[in-house]
Write a protein that binds this ligand. Structure first.
Ligand SMILES: [Zn+2]
Length: 265
């Protein structure tokens, strides 16, 4: 599943291609009425959501979930067999949402509904406002929670999924099941630094013009190698820090990768 860095890359790919384009036709009847004739004002991201604000109010909101991809293609080109939504745009292009697993979604929210949906999300981890004090206050408020479920909770912090949660906890040398309330000040500092560093590096590593949504895709086996990760899906391989074999465990039903030595409970 694309997480914050990948969604941000998709947004950067889409922004120059979609801003100012008029929507001329829509393949899904339920979305045609709110979208046809409207102009896309911008492309933005909040958490893992792609936001396309429209002229005269309202926003098209897309969540790519596991396998969703957004492409701008020539309108004359037949959409792929996994196309779920096609917006024909001014300028002979089309915005195509492809989604093999069909878990992704696209909705039009009016301004009030969008504000309410976004208000439920936690802070953007790379924003300066998400400083150490902000993290410590949130850890205190959720002190009985365990760290990995907390990082995956979009109300705690936005945009972190299964891959980067494991990478962050490894970088911070913290066990996925450690309790938020048990973190000493140095450990909280390491966690904060790791969130900024791991996500920031992932964002900086791939600033290509075309996003690597094809390669990130479903994040299946092999995603770790392509994303240049330290622990995710690397069970059995040596820990990059201490060379002990990395292990896989399951936390809340999610495959979880760690170094049991560096991230002792
Ligand atoms: Zn280690």
């Amino acid at each position: 599943m694309p997480e914050l860095p990948e969604v941000e890359h998709i947004v950067r790919y889409l922004r120059p291609r979609l801003t100012g384009r008029r929507i001329e036709a829509v393949s899904v009847a339920a979305l045609a009425r709110p979208l046809v004739g409207r102009t896309i004002r911008d492309v933005a991201r909040r958490a893992k959501l792609v936001l396309l604000p429209l002229d005269r109010g309202g926003t098209l909101v897309v969540h790519l979930k596991l396998t969703g991809k957004l492409w701008v293609r020539p309108a004359a080109e037949p959409p792929g067999r996994h196309a779920r939504l096609v917006l024909r745009l001014s300028g002979e292009d089309a915005l195509v949402l492809e989604d093999a697993r069909r878990l992704g979604w696209a909705r039009v929210h009016d301004d009030a509904a969008l504000a309410a949906a976004l208000a439920r999300l936690g802070p953007e981890p790379l924003e300066p406002a998400f400083d150490l004090a902000a993290l410590r206050a949130r850890l205190h408020a959720r002190r009985r929670s365990r760290l990995k479920p907390l990082l995956l909770d979009p109300a705690f912090v936005a945009g972190i999924g299964n891959i980067y949660a494991d990478e962050v906890l490894f970088a911070a040398r913290l066990h996925p099941l450690a309790r938020a309330g048990d973190l000493a000040p140095p450990a909280a500092r390491r966690l904060h630094a790791a969130i900024k560093r791991v996500l920031g590096r992932a964002l900086a590593a791939r600033t290509a013009e075309v996003p690597d949504q094809e390669r990130v895709g479903a994040g299946g086996r092999g995603a770790a190698r392509r994303l240049d990760l330290a622990v995710f899906q690397k069970d059995g391989q040596p820990c990059p820090r201490c060379r002990a074999a990395l292990v896989r465990t399951v936390v809340q039903g999610r495959g979880t990768y760690l170094c049991a030595r560096c991230q002792a409970e």
